[in-house]
Design a protein around this ligand. Structure first.
Ligand SMILES: NC(=O)c1ccc[n+]([C@@H]2O[C@H](COP(=O)([O-])OP(=O)(O)OC[C@H]3O[C@@H](n4cnc5c(N)ncnc54)[C@H](OP(=O)(O)O)[C@@H]3O)[C@@H](O)[C@H]2O)c1
Length: 375
């Protein structure tokens, strides 16, 4: 691996108020870089201000905002995106594709040394189950579902960036993480802990399938290694796991960390997938702002028999996760329990959950409870 000098320089991070971007900013500051964050007018920036990050408010689809933000930057880490499996195509088009194009054009005009784009394993689409891990040579956009805006936006964002890279207009590196967790996760882990509290977590399929999940700090570390490596311009890297782990092992570790009973309930994959599909159709017809509890994407993420090779990142970048799954989950859970009310809206439990709790109290008065205040 050849390396650029590790000397400090100004780095622009987008999405720095989110899960992955905040870990990137944190690690860059720790490495001595000056970090600038381009954030929305509505973004909450307390964590970044505490790190001493320069805050620029603006709009990623506005060329002037992007040009001012990239001015003087040695590298750009682009983590801002509309993330999740719910919402109108227009939101993904603007928040992912238009934003990526505008920022990349600005970076190209000023000639930044590296543009590191956070894509996703979703950019591969939904390949069929296979025993061999999927590596970076696999085609993008396989078997994209009908109304699958997140996947489509990840594919189209990458395609436009690769076109700029091939034309010699952008020194691009693409990082493809799998499901992320860590401190400052606003979506999945807080939701999952809520579901554990409500005894509503189920295993999708038998549970012995490989799960692709990775701590956001490890992905940030790999991305910074790639930015420093001259030979990584024009390369993509999967950064998807700390090592082999199954769906059941991950859920058991999470249950143990939060002090909840381990999950024993299973649904067949097809039941979770088609159940998710019908709930999605119902909630789209009702124009619900929030996704249903089960979605096709959620079922697929947990229950498919697929994995992604991290061999290239390990070999070319010398990347190796510093934390075990237990350690990374423990950090995440500790952060959640520092202030559970701030991490997730305290919705009243649904009627069925209250009835289930009452029944559990009757039959096992001293049974294990998941307590919101647990350290
Ligand atoms: N989370 C995962 O499991 C996962 C897995 C694979 C890949 N990824 C990719 O990793 C990247 C970061 O994801 P994340 O999990 O860190 O997401 P996140 O926690 O939801 O954060 C998203 C960030 O993007 C900003 N953002 C959202 N929509 C925007 C818009 N229209 N214009 C400008 N900024 C916008 C948010 O700003 P506000 O603070 O203002 O909302 C926030 O800073 C994304 O590209 C995502 O696709 C995520």
């Amino acid at each position: 691996m050849s390396s650029e000098s590790n000397g400090a320089g100004l780095v622009l991070v987008t999405g720095a108020t989110g899960l992955l971007g905040s870990h990137v900013a944190e690690r860059l500051v720790a490495a001595g870089h000056r970090v600038r964050a381009l954030v929305r007018p509505s973004s909450r920036t307390g964590f970044l201000e505490g790190l001493g990050v320069e805050i620029r408010r603006g709009d990623l689809t506005d060329p002037a905002s992007c040009e001012a933000a990239v001015a003087g930057a040695r590298w750009v880490f682009h983590a801002a995106a509309k993330v999740g499996d719910w919402g109108a195509w227009r939101e993904f088009q603007v928040g992912c594709i238009d934003a990526t194009r505008t920022l990349a054009e600005a970076a190209s005009r000023v000639g930044v040394g590296r543009f590191v784009h956070f894509s996703s394993t979703s950019a591969y689409g939904h390949p069929p189950d296979q025993p061999e891990p999927i590596d970076e040579t696999a085609p993008l956009g396989q078997n994209v579902w009908v109304h699958d805006p997140y996947t489509r936006s990840k594919v189209e964002s990458e395609e436009l960036l690769w076109a700029m890279s091939r034309a010699g207009r952008l020194r691009l590196t693409v990082i493809r993480p799998s499901w992320l967790f860590g401190e400052r996760d606003r979506t999945t882990i807080p939701r999952l802990i809520q579901e554990f509290r409500w005894h509503r977590v189920s295993i999708v399929g038998p549970g012995d399938n490989p799960l692709s999940a990775v701590y956001a700090g490890e992905v940030a570390g790999a991305a910074i290694l790639a930015a420093r490596d001259e030979g990584s311009a024009g390369e993509a890297y999967n950064v998807t796991s700390h090592g082999p782990i199954t769906q059941r092992q991950f859920l058991d570790m999470l249950a143990d960390a939060i002090g909840a009973p381990r999950v024993t309930w299973h649904y067949p994959f097809w039941y979770a997938y088609y159940g998710g599909l019908s709930l999605e159709l119902r909630d789209r017809l009702r124009r619900r702002a929030k996704p249903p509890r089960v979605t096709r994407y959620g079922a697929w993420l947990l229950g498919r028999n697929l994995s992604y090779s991290t061999e290239k990142a390990r070999r070319k970048l010398g990347w190796s996760p510093a934390l075990t799954y237990e350690e990374a989950i423990a950090r995440t859970v500790r952060w959640f329990f520092e202030d559970p009310a701030a991490r997730i809206p305290r919705d009243p439990p649904p009627l069925l959950v209250r009835l289930g709790d009452a029944r559990r109290r009757l039959i096992a008065p001293r049974g294990p409870q998941v307590d919101a205040g647990r350290p």
